[in-house]
Ligand binder design. Structure first.
Ligand code: BDR
Ligand code: CA
Length: 303
């Protein structure tokens, strides 16, 4: 079974990713959840991850708080999409557990040493992951891969050219893409192929458990607030861990722009014209119906 850490900033679509991963105990060894500031400040993301673990009945998964701001720039958040709490739209239980020691950076380092070939599934700004690589560069050769939601081949969603996770901490993204760790990139090109349509949210509600109802309620608000109707961004990173055969992609060189009007842009050399070695497997297509069906099958198992 693959051992995974999810580094996240919940966030409504992070919530779907976390609940899905927590429902897949037979397929994923979820060693820890590490949280970072992103969609909302760290106090909220670290509370939200524990509320979701409580909702899913996964008291065994430790939640570690990480960085409260990007490496260089000031934090920019997305309450206008996810709400002031990050998970507006549903009544969630208070967290049943405390935050676990140590700091997320040290937990990532410890887990990389303990598990040869560890997978980091990163669905928020990449600050914690980059800081772990900066603090302990030797983990680069221990990590199996980083599967990340972020970036885009084409247009951005926070500026004309930048996707939110890379935009918030472009310096961290640069460290990660230049780390030598095998990277799987799920950018907007693939995540926007799976939308939380009314039919899909109805199917979620029809599961008739408290967790799925709460998730559908949060998605209702998220869809109404997202300027493009929203997409199932972060759960697709979990989908890739579970069913890579549902995706198509190619090896590319990816460069991150850290400054200026293109801050946070990922320049993806799809054609290979730049002649630089590929540093990521960039996903381009997904079978959205297959992915959503497995999400439903998993959430059916939750309380
Ligand atoms: C990404 O940005 C965040 O708002 C979402 O949680 C997702 O990780 C999509 O651009
Ligand atoms: Ca996220």
């Amino acid at each position: 079974m693959q051992t995974v850490v999810i580094d996240c900033d919940p966030g409504v679509d992070d919530a779907a990713a976390l609940l899905w991963a927590m429902a897949e105990g037979a397929a994923l060894d979820l060693a820890a959840i590490t949280v970072v500031a992103g969609n909302v400040p760290l106090d909220w993301t670290s509370t939200n991850a524990r509320r979701l673990a409580t909702l899913a009945g996964r008291h065994d998964v430790p939640v570690h708080a990480g960085c409260g701001r990007p490496m260089v720039l000031a934090l920019e958040t997305a309450e206008h999409v996810h709400g002031d709490s990050g998970l507006d739209g549903a009544e969630l239980p208070p967290p049943a557990s405390e935050l676990a020691p140590p700091h997320a950076i040290d937990r990532l380092i410890d887990l990389a040493h303990a598990h040869d070939g560890l997978t980091i599934c990163a669905i928020g700004p990449l600050t914690n992951v980059a800081m772990a690589l900066v603090k302990e560069p030797s983990i680069a050769s221990r990590l199996g891969r980083i599967v990340l939601m972020g970036g885009a081949i084409g247009l951005g969603n926070v500026t004309a050219s930048a996707e939110f996770n890379i935009y918030v901490d472009p310096h961290a993204a640069k460290v990660v893409f230049e780390s030598g760790v095998p990277i799987v990139m799920l950018g907007l090109d693939v995540t926007t192929q799976v939308r939380p349509t009314p039919a899909r949210l109805d199917a979620l509600r029809a599961l008739e458990n408290a967790t799925s109802k709460a998730l559908a309620d949060m998605f209702d608000l998220y869809v109404s607030r997202a300027s493009d109707g929203g997409a199932l961004h972060d759960p697709l990173a979990v989908a890739y861990l579970l069913m890579p055969e549902a995706f198509r992609g190619r090896d590319c060189h990816v460069e991150v722009v850290t400054e200026g009007v293109c801050r946070g842009r990922t320049i993806v050399d799809v054609s290979g014209r730049g002649g630089r070695l590929a540093n990521a497997f960039v996903l381009e297509r997904v079978d959205g119906d297959a992915v959503f069906q497995r999400l439903l099958d998993a959430l059916r198992r939750l309380p």
